[in-house]
Design a protein. Structure first.
Length: 182
């Protein structure tokens, strides 16, 4: 992969100078700066750490999900009983069963909401960890390869010469393989 050093003139330099002028001295622009781009969306979709985190969350929430499914089946059985036997039940029995069904429905909705909220909180925690690891790896890669600027979101096009996405993915994959299993 060839590194790209921006020439002194051209639309990219002009745009970078206008947007980032205060950050770079005229001497740095005159010498050229090395710019790279990273597609963080692609990285987060393809990095093995994200897949491992997702599987861990699924394992962590599986018991609660099974409990919800069990309660749904129980509720469905009560509803079926009411539909099947409601006409032959006494008024008191039927009203009691209807109250139990409504109560269990409310409880089930509350539990579903609670599990969903807890899952989202844990997923966001894992996403923050992955983003922190990814950004640290980007900085490490940029320093090793002497990039002056690495951009991410808002990139409309990046040639293979400046696109660091695959290198970043390769590095994250090797870090994942080298890390001890949880």
């Amino acid at each position: 992969m060839r590194e790209m050093v921006l020439p002194v003139v051209g639309p990219m330099v002009l745009g970078a100078t206008l947007l980032l002028g205060p950050l770079f001295s005229a001497a740095a622009v005159a010498e050229g700066i090395k710019v790279g781009a990273v597609n963080l969306t692609k990285v987060t979709e393809q990095m093995p750490q994200a897949d491992a985190a997702q599987k861990q969350l699924e394992r962590e929430f599986a018991p609660r999900q099974r409990e919800l499914e069990s309660q749904q089946k129980e509720l469905k059985g009560m509803e079926d009983k009411l539909e099947r036997d409601g006409d032959v039940m006494s008024e008191t029995e039927r009203r009691s069963l209807e109250r139990d069904i409504r109560s269990r429905q409310r409880e089930l909705v509350r539990l579903q909401r609670e599990v969903r909220e807890d899952y989202n909180i844990r997923r966001n925690e894992e996403l923050r960890k992955l983003l922190k690891e990814t950004l640290a790896t980007v900085a490490e890669l940029a320093k090793e390869e002497h990039y002056d600027l690495v951009i991410s979101e808002g990139v409309v096009y990046a040639s293979d010469q400046v696109n660091l996405t695959q290198k970043l993915l390769d590095r994250l994959k090797s870090q994942f393989k080298a890390a001890p299993a949880p």
